[in-house]
Design a protein around this ligand. Structure first.
Ligand SMILES: Cc1cc2nc3c(=O)[nH]c(=O)nc-3n(C[C@H](O)[C@H](O)[C@H](O)COP(=O)(O)OP(=O)(O)OC[C@H]3O[C@@H](n4cnc5c(N)ncnc54)[C@H](O)[C@@H]3O)c2cc1C
Length: 414
């Protein structure tokens, strides 16, 4: 089998996590580290902004940049996909069959969007009123669908089984649409319904309590424990299977004028099949050090891991410095630090100009950055963070390897 060379560090995936780690490693080592990123995609997207594209609050051309523009200088970009991991031999196999070896591996390949798991969905996505903010190709169509709603329209929203990335994203689409209808004077005549697989609206009870009130304020018909199983685009109907005890398998079919789908999500097959994965297919790491459970020279972060945090870019922002520090500690033969506390954050846009800034760590403990604001309340600051502050922080700090909160560095010696 051909060889694609050896690198001191191979990073699998050039998304939020892969680029942040590469940039930070380069910055900390004075660009004196041999790093290769394996990433097949031509574009890098700031995915959190897709929700706002679907709400008409953000332009699509500000969401993505060519991958070549975000790969840090000095890092080798291998423009193909990884087909298999072989951690026993410190190697990966690429899509063209070549093998590549490493001293250290960082896995950051994110999640797979399983459009095909919902019958009829892939065929109709992007037309017939079927849209999704989860795809950069289709988020602009969400806004087109929202603007097309008329008096007495039916807008249906879905939320898949956990785990899926950004647990707030499906309901942000609900609130932004309901708010638009309200501002247009159409809300009272329209039916807005939200079908969720889970038994609650949000995983952290502190915020769930407030979000239930927001949904009620808009008159949203919230249906828990309903899983989308089929879409008929031509007939404009969505079929849900109930998952509540005693009703398992019972189906209901509802008509829609607009259907916003948050698709089921899973680990990529090549990750699931590898010995890096746990039984469910996610890369098994220590939830504090981010080092692999069995392979000492492997780290993972972002959506691909077993860590029980919300799968968000905000989590990556806090995981990346831990991975970088611990990777450098491992290279120097030092002990690792248990630095990641499960932090995740989600500005839950509840309408134009306001958001609940949900920030929390493992165990659902609420950890607001802005201690002077009530974290349960909708705030204009949350909206401005979502629209301006966080995108700027993403492109100019995270992806350039800076750390926003320097307390991470306090006790760190390279
Ligand atoms: C609609 C939406 C709204 C969101 N809102 C928020 C929010 O408000 N706040 C927030 O913090 N987060 C939000 N997120 C989540 C956030 O974007 C993700 O959690 C974050 O991007 C995860 O980073 P990652 O690097 O793990 O995965 P990604 O950024 O998805 O990157 C994975 C990379 O791996 C690559 N890859 C895949 N297969 C292979 C392979 N075989 N070989 C090599 N590379 C491969 C992919 O091409 C991709 O570039 C949102 C996401 C979406 C979709």
């Amino acid at each position: 089998m051909a060889s694609s060379g050896h690198h001191r560090v191979v990073i699998a995936g050039g998304g939020t996590a892969g680029i942040t780690v590469a940039a930070s490693l380069m910055r900390r080592t004075g660009r004196d580290l041999d790093i290769a990123i394996v990433e097949p995609a031509a574009m890098h997207y700031y995915q959190p902004a897709l929700t706002m594209v679907g709400a008409g609050a953000y332009e699509m051309d500000r969401v993505g940049k060519p991958m070549a523009d975000v790969i840090p200088s000095g890092v080798t970009h291998i423009e193909t996909a990884i087909a298999a991991f072989d951690p026993d031999n410190n190697a990966v196999t690429l899509a063209d069959g070549e093998r590549m070896t490493y001293d250290y591996l960082v896995v950051a390949t994110g999640v797979r969007l399983d459009w095909e798991k919902v019958e009829g969905l892939a065929e109709t996505l992007g037309k017939n009123g079927v849209c999704s903010n989860y795809s950069p190709d289709h988020a602009p169509y969400t806004w087109e669908c929202v603007r097309g709603l008329e008096p007495a329209s039916r807008a249906v929203f879905t939320q898949p089984p956990l785990p899926f990335k950004c647990p707030g994203a499906p309901q942000k689409a609900v609130y932004m649409t309901a708010d638009y209808l309200k501002r247009k004077g159409l809300l009272k005549g329209c039916d807005v319904s939200f079908f969720l697989h889970g038994p609650g609206i949000f995983g952290v009870p502190f915020f769930a309590k407030e979000l239930v009130k927001v949904a009620a304020r808009y008159g949203v018909d919230v249906r828990y424990q309903h899983n989308l199983v089929a879409v008929d685009g031509e007939a404009k109907t969505a079929t849900f299977e109930q998952v509540a005890e005693g009703h398992e398998g019972e189906q209901i079919t509802v008509p829609f004028d607009m259907l916003h789908v948050s698709p089921p999500q899973s680990p990529h097959e090549f990750v699931r099949k590898s010995s890096l994965a746990n039984a469910a297919g996610w890369v098994e790491v220590d939830q504090n050090s981010m080092r692999h459970a069995r392979h000492e020279n492997v780290f993972a972060l972002g959506d691909v891991t077993t860590t029980p945090n919300s799968k968000t870019a905000a989590a990556v922002r806090k995981q990346a410095p831990v991975v970088v520090r611990n990777l450098l500690h491992a290279m120097a033969g030092r002990d690792l630090e248990p630095g990641y506390d499960g932090y995740a954050s989600c500005p839950l846009t509840t309408g134009w100009g306001k958001a609940i800034i949900a920030e929390f760590v493992y165990g659902g403990k609420v950890t607001p950055t802005f201690g002077f604001l009530d974290p349960a309340k909708e705030q204009p600051l949350g909206w401005f963070a979502k629209i301006s502050g966080l995108p700027a922080m993403y492109w100019w700090y995270m992806l350039r390897g800076y750390e926003w909160f320097p307390e991470h560095d306090r006790n760190f010696q390279e």
